[in-house]
Design a protein around this ligand. Sequence first.
Ligand code: GLU
Ligand code: MG
Length: 487
Amino acid sequence: MSTGTVASAGLADSSEPPVGPTGPAGPAGPAAVALPPRAERAERARQAAERLRAGGVEAVAVTWVDNAGIARAKAVPLDGLVHAAQWGVGAAPCFDVFLADDSITTSRLIGGPTGDLRLYPDLDRVVPLAAQPGWAWAPGERYTQAGGPHPGCQRLFARRMEAAAATRGLGVKAGIEVEWTVALAGPPQQEPQYPTYGPAYGMQRLTDLSDYLRDVLRALGEQGLTVLQIHPEYAPGQFEVSLAPEGPVGAADTSVLVRHTIRAVGARHGLRASFAPVVEAGAVGNGGHLHLSLWHDGQNLGRGGPGPHGLTAEAEGFLAGVLGALPELLVLGCSSPAGYLRLVPSHWAGAYQCWGLENREAALRLVTGSSGERSTVANAEVKCFDATANPYLAVGAVLAAGLAGLDQRLALPPEFTGDPAHAAPGTVPRLPAGPAEAVAAYQKSAVLREALGDPLFEAVLAVRQAEVEQYASATPEQLVAATRWRY
Ligand code: GLU
Ligand code: MG
């Protein structure tokens, strides 16, 4: 199976230590995240630049996603791509402690005005942007000036976790569903005005926004993405697109690319998109559900085993690890305090810490698919996550929790059928109802601390604590207004 874009581990230059002096290599060891030799990077960048130039590209935007879930960018003219591939682009370490509103906090191990990192474009993933003519995009990874992996780099963390699964002989396929609300363009303080008031899931919405949605599909396709489905969702102006599964790092890249493509297409139609968890206080929100399946030698581990609904022991252990860690995983998968306005019972957001076959109210939904295709499509969906998550942290942390459960051969508790909101009180544990509770669970998680490494673990913690404090006395309306157009 495909494991996405991570194969090019390679060897570091002899002048470049393979591991940063301050960074943990993670369970998969340093080779998983070492930079390929500089001459090889330069040659590949030359080839990529030639291809891009032929397609009319003039500049390349390199993104990374910060710990508040905001994609930040540095761009280089196409002529600078080879240099960027050789030496990286400068990026300050203080970005690791940025909040969603651009204010900056500090953490014990990362932050402050001093120092510099190098942001390297992943040349395996560079792609011309269909809705931004003349531009290409590449996800970036951050290394130290000495050439070692930056311990705060979220994409390198996800790569280490993908490699940790591979060392156990496991392939992982992932996909992140993108839900968004489309509104008429306007200033940031403006309440959303919708270009369609068609009913939930209504064909009328596809009709009202026919050209826009076709252009979204076209742009995604031109960028090499395989769309599985696009449809109107429940809330006013809300839509969803789902993409074909790929390796976890690739899926995280895709979720960044898809959201920015939707924004860019919207700008050409006088529209803007919000991926915020809640766009109107009290309404159904935008999720960022993470689908995962485990594979071994082409076999889907969600089928043919002795566990519930045919789960193999590995898949059951993995899912039990994820289920047990959901309170602390919310810190990575539901980053903004605004996420807790979405994560409420009976909104299909998965507010309860339980699992169930095709249960849309369970935080962990098992999807087996129809008879006949189960061995290819069976997967699990983490429903409680939203698009304020840094997708690299979200996939990496779920892998870390799942692999810990698999290593311990954990068993799943009994499944829950129906809406847990209607169960006898105390029967099904509710996930944290606010960010402080999730942060408290995170602080106790030895699994996440070890997987993330102290610098990244603590930078995430500092950002969460600062945002909890920032919005401690905000009303839901104020919190929604502050985040609606940031994500
Ligand atoms: N919009 C819902 C959420 O907040 C999800 C709806 C669905 O199940 O697709 O997660
Ligand atoms: Mg949906």
